[in-house]
Design a protein around this ligand. Sequence first.
Ligand code: PGA
Length: 248
Amino acid sequence: MAKKIIAANWKMNLMREEAISLFNGVKKGLSAHKETEIVVFPPSIYISDLISNHPLIEVGAQNFYFEEKGAFTGEISPFQLKNIGCNYVLIGHSERRELFDESNELLSKKMRSALDANLKIIYCCGETLQEREEGSHLEKIQSQLEILKSLTNDELNAISIAYEPIWAIGTGLTATLGQAEEMHAFIRRILIDSSSKELASEISILYGGSCNENNANELFNCPNIDGGLIGGASLKVDSFLKIVDSIK
Ligand code: PGA
């Protein structure tokens, strides 16, 4: 069975004291959720403030560069992240692909270096509204998951997938349960083809895109949805904890 994961993508929000207070609020409310892994992705300048030895919460980086070290002004290496106790990274978020032109080639290099640094990865994929309306959404996801084909089974163990339809991110529109489950089942089949049934059943596939305290429960009840990557609703302690509570 895949591990249940609820991840909070804070994006470029919160001042330092707000970030610490949100993190502490979440920490305080979590004691009963031993089965679910919680990962918080704060702006990277707060990662060190938040890393603690809390057994239930991991802190991850929203972004990094693929080189190990050197003259890359402004960048952070995955090895530096690992060195400060950060264990997770996001790769392939649609905002990075679209706003920062991150290509599949760059994402492949990021994937390789994150694996070399022994980081766990949440790899994001998702289609635009136009692709869904044209009926090319399955092909789009398949092409985004090509990157996984060269990975060994051990490497796949370090990866979770987040399916995030771009038209649902930050829009208040959520995929219907049918749309979400169809895509998650499709992703699971691709994972089976790239590895084995056993391994594919252990890879967590998270849903993201306007997931909130009102729709989380039914989304997480879908057979192939193993948790969520939460943006807007992760910025308030109460709503985030309610989402965490929704997972069985
Ligand atoms: P949202 O963002 O929950 O605000 O739609 C999700 C994401 O971008 O990861």
